[in-house]
Design a protein around this ligand. Sequence first.
Ligand SMILES: Cc1cc2nc3c(=O)[nH]c(=O)nc-3n(C[C@H](O)[C@H](O)[C@H](O)COP(=O)(O)OP(=O)(O)OC[C@H]3O[C@@H](n4cnc5c(N)ncnc54)[C@H](O)[C@@H]3O)c2cc1C
Length: 410
Amino acid sequence: MGDVDVVIVGAGSAGLSAAKAVRAAGRSFIVVEAMDRIGGRAWTTSDDFGVPFDIGCAWLHAGDRNPYYADAQAAKWTLYHHDMNLDHLYYGNRKASEEEEAEVRKADGTLSQLLESHSSDDDRLSSLLAKGHAVRAAATFSGPMDFGKDDDEISIADFRAAADLDPNYFTKEGFGALVAQFGADVPVELSAPVTKIRWDLPGVAVETAKGTIRAKAAIVTASPAVLAYEEIAFDPALPDAYEEAFFDLPMGMLTKIPIEIKDTRLGLAAFDDLLIERHARHDIFFLCFPFDLDLMVGFVGGDFAWEMSVAGEAAGVDFVVDRLCSIFGSDVKMHVGRSMMTNWGAEKYVRGAYAAARPGKAKARETLSRPLADRIWFAGEHLAGPLIQTCGGARLSGEAVAREVLRTLG
Ligand SMILES: Cc1cc2nc3c(=O)[nH]c(=O)nc-3n(C[C@H](O)[C@H](O)[C@H](O)COP(=O)(O)OP(=O)(O)OC[C@H]3O[C@@H](n4cnc5c(N)ncnc54)[C@H](O)[C@@H]3O)c2cc1C
């Protein structure tokens, strides 16, 4: 496949932005992507509901710092400012009282204060949580439903380093479609999984299913789980610290189970946020009827989301319909149309939703931010500073790393 200055592994948000930065500096590059499409975890499709639906990222978080927000505005995308405040809360089948809802809103602030003042050696988020309903409901929202992990698997240091993602926007045309538009002019070698990177040469040799590329440097944007599972072999083997860092940044999980609900709005308004808290962490969040579409988008997060992936789509849809019936009555079944369930755990070249450090291991991100022998750099959502886990953050990470590579190449 020839020789270039920089080879970029992966055509998700980070890889595409890295490629654009390298191209803008007039250096040669090649982007190799394992899948048969660009975008990675940013993927909009109309196949399931006849309207654009985001299988991966959907919210444009941190609109004031997220370059995709400006792109969406320029493209005249339909944007909705979503305040993400809980509109409806249920404990099991029981609707929470107004006082309980107010308590949860207050608990959000309590949780932030607890995080701010935390100083003990116990780095597990669970160590902060009182048993009360209210703090737990607040933590469900920002833990499994947001961070993709249960509170006993979240590092406080990691959680605290993540920025407040307000203001958040939702797009009708799809975040994945926006990323596809961003990357449309980047030449990408598709269906070319990288199997090995040799880095004991002058520069690197990157072996793919379609041939080998020689380059001065490589930017690797595959998720840490892909790297932990050794989908890409490194020769010589990576120093232990890198291997450990991949392991210490396991993927959290967020599974979407959207259900078409026709001819009724169940007394809910477009973009309402509904949380059903259960015992045994079988909690579910619903984004209700976005853009007044006939869609209730169910979300489960953390361990339960992994369990749901194993149980399969039919079980997932059953669970969601059952929860809706338990609250709105069994007539809901008559209104159910098409449905689906996302399964990012089964996507070999991603293996989860986004990375979250194990308790006590937040420094793993720093380790992976260091280039290897000035030849291999890592980039992506897992290395996006305060915007970790987000698609906008991945883009900024790709750009920043490309600038570092260009400086090193001189
Ligand atoms: C269900 C879900 C919901 C989300 N919701 C939001 C949200 O609302 N807002 C938000 O901002 N973010 C959200 N995210 C996170 C966001 O999608 C990611 O942070 C972002 O898209 C990651 O971009 P990336 O470039 O770092 O990684 P990726 O998109 O994973 O790109 C890496 C690319 O590398 C490729 N690759 C892997 N291995 C190889 C190999 N061996 N050879 C060649 N190519 C390889 C992959 O196929 C992939 O295309 C969500 C994610 C999920 C899964």
